[in-house]
Write a new protein. Structure first.
Lengths: 314, 317
């Protein structure tokens, strides 16, 4: 549980602030390079662009902190998005549709947790399995076609604004961030997440209910993926059969860029938000600069590699 | 991560920015823009192109056509790529809006998901022209695509002539409900109806080569007396060729649609009799041409059909 208190340690603090300093440097660099970058409109646009990834990455942070990994987040997003749109297409109201979607996401996450805990399957394999299974279910449910959504109040979830200025997905992102940060820092559950990832055996001996904890973290990841799926469905006015392909990797990249250790037990949620923003600003800035999308991938890959290399050195 | 790491990141960003002026993909547009028009006014000489994917030769050809046309007049073309993800495409359209391009050429990943992005562009007073696929529920100044109905009837005319207006045809259909499948089928069926040919079977094989193979195998069993197969895309046509090979029915004429490299090769090899080829480079070229007209305040046609080309062994290259 040292990680909880290492924040007071000067060197660790500096290391953590590294991602924040990095983000600031990137923002300064892009402001100098592109005249279109630094204005409220563009910054809000980027915040909205990163919101889906950030929502997923917050859940992923819990899973990674607890020493696991969740590859099924993109598939859960697609499946729950399709079901939510399907419930509305069948003539039901928006509240029921969202409830079904969120409930399904939680359930799918808990199934991951059961496979990983009682099933003793390695998280990588367990969630790879559920990812593939859910991709197949989504394609067969949608028949490969988008499911349109015509409910106009549902469209506000992802497409509306607060005070004609702040996009709703940005509001969801910050709300969920606050709730998750409290969960991680202010509750027994959060302390046990760190303990589990730091040393599972030690955590077990000190009375942490390992299996129940795993259900909790994977369940939370599933729930947040479903929420991201609902917001995305709203933003696209439709559920797409192949939505969220590769989102698991974007989420993992955000967590790692934020300074959370892939080995578990060490990290922070704010870093994940910063990591998601880094990816978002990089995407946005490279587009504004007119960099070919081929090079964009090279840059993003290099950034992730550097981050992981630095993480190894710690 | 520490400071050092992010210095590296910033350097990489700068490097990438530098690459963008020299990279092979931009080579067509940038040098010309740089040499012929010193410091072009960014606000009226920049066109954005939002592609659905570059992981498909069709859209790469479209992009190349657009770049060539832009370079010819010293326009800057900013290309963004959505990697077939509609959410990513909304983001990249937003980036083009922030970049204040004059016109956005949008090649949507999907007809149903991009209406919001088009509205955002319109709110920012940036006109949008859609390429190849249209967008439902949003206002665009023009839509540029191949005329699939005409293409379907071209395919029918070829078969009517090749079979001397007599014989039975099988039609392999694309994904039901897509505009390409609908329009190609309509053009073909209408033309055949007024001729001496007869469509004895129609079945979807979903634009897929493997399904084209199995559907053709089944249909050949059920309808041995067949002289030609029309497939609504090249992939299904190539599947049909495999089925005909397996059944030793080399005399059945196959007609495809699209003009993919594999398809054209099969025409050269004599496996496919003809292909109604789309001209993606011309879609890109016409996109930029019309964007220029919009910038100059001229009126453009709301619907622009790009001509198709019948490729046979005589003109395949």
């Amino acid at each position: 549980m040292t990680s909880r208190f290492s924040f007071g340690n000067g060197a660790a603090l500096l290391q953590r602030l590294g991602s924040v300093i990095g983000l600031l440097l990137l923002i300064i660099a892009l402001s100098v390079l592109s005249p279109d970058f630094l204005n409220a409109g563009n910054l809000l646009t980027v915040l909205r662009q990163v919101s889906i990834n950030a929502l997923i990455a917050f859940g992923m942070t819990f899973v990674i902190l607890a020493g696991g990994i969740d590859l099924s987040v993109g598939a859960i997003l697609a499946f729950t998005g399709a079901i939510t749109a399907g419930v509305m297409a069948a003539g039901h109201g928006m509240a029921l549709a969202i409830g079904v979607g969120l409930g399904l996401g939680l359930l799918l996450g808990v199934i991951n947790g059961v496979l990983v805990s009682w099933g003793r399957v390695a998280p990588f394999i367990a969630t790879l399995g559920t990812m593939t299974l859910l991709r197949g279910l989504t394609l067969s449910y949608t028949q490969g076609q988008p499911i349109g959504v015509s409910n106009s109040s549902f469209a506000l979830l992802g497409d509306g604004y607060i005070a004609h200025l702040i996009p709703n997905p940005v509001v969801w992102m910050f709300l969920v961030f606050v709730i998750c940060a409290f969960l991680l820092r202010g509750t027994v559950f959060g302390r046990h997440v760190f303990a589990l990832g730091g040393n599972e055996e030690a955590a077990r001996l000190s009375g942490v209910r390992i299996n129940a904890m795993k259900l909790g973290v994977y369940g939370l990841s599933g729930l947040l993926s479903a929420f991201a799926g609902i917001v995305l469905t709203s933003r696209l006015y439709s559920a797409q059969a192949t939505a969220g392909s590769g989102y698991e990797l974007d989420a993992i990249a955000a967590v790692v860029l934020g300074g959370t250790s892939l080995a578990g037990g060490r990290g922070w949620l704010f870093g994940t938000l910063v990591g998601a923003l880094l990816i978002g600003f990089l995407n946005n800035g490279l587009n504004l600069l007119g960099v070919s999308s081929f090079y964009q991938q090279v840059v993003k890959g290099a950034v992730i590699l550097i981050a992981v290399l630095l993480d190894r050195r710690k | 991560m520490n400071k050092l790491g992010f210095l590296a990141v910033s350097t990489l960003t700068l490097l990438a920015a530098a690459c963008s002026n020299q990279g092979p993909t931009d080579a067509a547009s940038t040098p010309a823009a740089a040499s012929t028009s010193p410091a072009p006014a960014a606000s009226n000489k920049t066109i954005g192109l939002a592609l659905s994917t570059q992981n498909n030769p069709f859209f790469v050809a479209l992009k190349n056509g657009a770049q060539k046309e832009a370079a010819a007049d010293g326009y800057t073309l900013t290309v963004v790529d959505a990697q077939d993800d509609p959410a990513k495409q909304i983001s990249s359209v937003e980036d083009l809006i922030q970049k204040k391009v004059s016109v956005i050429l949008l090649n949507p990943t999907d007809s149903s998901a991009l209406a919001g992005a088009v509205k955002e562009a319109n709110d920012a007073h940036i006109p949008v022209i859609t390429l190849d696929r249209s967008v439902d529920g949003a206002q665009v100044v023009a839509h540029i695509a191949s005329d699939n109905v005409v293409g379907g009837s071209e395919a029918a005319k070829f078969l009517i002539k090749a079979l001397n207006n007599k014989g039975n045809v099988i039609e392999l259909q694309g994904v039901p409900g897509t505009s390409a499948a609908r329009d190609r089928g309509q053009g073909f069926d209408d033309e055949i109806k007024t001729s001496g040919l007869k469509i004895i079977a129609q079945q979807p094989a979903n634009f897929d080569r493997a399904q084209g193979l199995s559907v053709t195998e089944n249909l050949l069993q059920a309808h041995p007396d067949v002289q030609a197969i029309f497939a609504q895309n090249d992939e299904m046509a190539l599947g049909a060729v495999r089925a005909l090979d397996g059944a030793k029915r080399a005399n059945v004429l196959v007609v495809g649609f699209d003009g993919t490299p594999d398809g054209i090769q099969a025409v050269k090899d004599g496996k496919i009799a003809a292909i109604v080829a789309q001209q993606p480079d011309m879609i890109g070229q016409l996109g930029v041409k019309n964007a220029k007209s919009v910038i100059d305040g001229e009126k453009v046609e709301a619907k622009i059909a790009v001509p198709l080309k019948l490729v046979t062994k005589d003109n395949a290259q």
